[in-house]
Design a protein around this ligand. Sequence first.
Ligand SMILES: Cc1ncc(COP(=O)(O)O)c(C=O)c1O
Length: 375
Amino acid sequence: MSSSGSAAPTVAENIMRLQAYVPGKPAEEVQRELGLSSIVKLASNENPLGPSPKAQEAIQSLLPRVHIYPDGSAHELRSALAAFLDVDPNCLVFGNGSDDIIHLLGVTFLQPGDTVLQSDPSFVRYEAAAILNEVECREVPCTSSWECDLDAMLSKVDASTRLVFLANPNNPTGTAIKSADLERFVNALPARAILVLDEAYYEYAKDFDWYPNSVNWVKEGRNVVILRTFSKAYGLAGLRVGYGIMRPEMTQWLERTREPFNVNILAQAAAVAALNDHEFLQLTVATNRAGLETIGNALQKMSLQFVPSYGNFLFINVGVDGKVVADNLMQKGVIVRFSPHFKGPTWIRVTVGTSEENVRFLTCLQEVLAAMRCS
Ligand SMILES: Cc1ncc(COP(=O)(O)O)c(C=O)c1O
């Protein structure tokens, strides 16, 4: 104990190396800090149309029952999703967002001496799972066109490889891997490696005929885990509900590490309702397609490079310091994402918004870049 009587709390070395997740700034916070009357938040790949109306009704009707613990087995949601996906209900594990499943996969399957493999840049929580469980994370740089370099990844696979994370479409680049390429990759992995296909943006990409039908790999008994979420196209990010699809031999272990009531009662009911709101999903995907086109055309006119995206966001090369551009956009009430984890100092990521939001972003981006060029 120090002379002042209080000992500094110590933690393990791997916990010291972990970094707290930095989320997109909430709109209310920016509004308060800058005294702005309206804010456009295009930083967290949320649904600009809000939650599905059917999900909102389901939440309303359940409010009188929030004194009761949620169904720990998520029976209704499980049955609805199992029918929707045409899988055995025991193939599903639910999480407090798909973040939760990433965490559970790490805690459950990583042992000393194992390694995690991922493409870089990609979603930051994969590396966090490796650090938390004290294993090495091998990060393989994307190609110069920001595609996942599957051959380079395979060259890093060895007997220690336990979890291989691939986001498809990838965040922040928006690129997607085609079925034939992914099949070759799945076939080349050793038996002990588990391929985690993070399909958080599945609904935006699924209609392309080359997009993988990855659920078939689970049905064939492969060591594949698929992650999906209600946070993006279904518009329920604030409720936190995501799920993993994998062989029941794998779900049985996650059921042991999972918190018993990790998906709350409102989230479960809203997810079932959102799953059945086909109209809302269609509108979401169509709005996103139109927005991608509007922003893409405008960026071309501005001679700005961007990566063709299969998600609900665009990765844009602003040609100058991306952090300064993001900060200056924020001063104008437009929140976009810059991160050193993107591995592109002149790149920002912007979520596709409503048509009004997209126009505001484009107008502000032009103003910011013009002012930076003049200064
Ligand atoms: C690729 C990817 N995976 C997972 C998540 C986490 O989503 P959630 O925990 O909200 O389901 C995100 C969120 O941005 C993401 O981009």
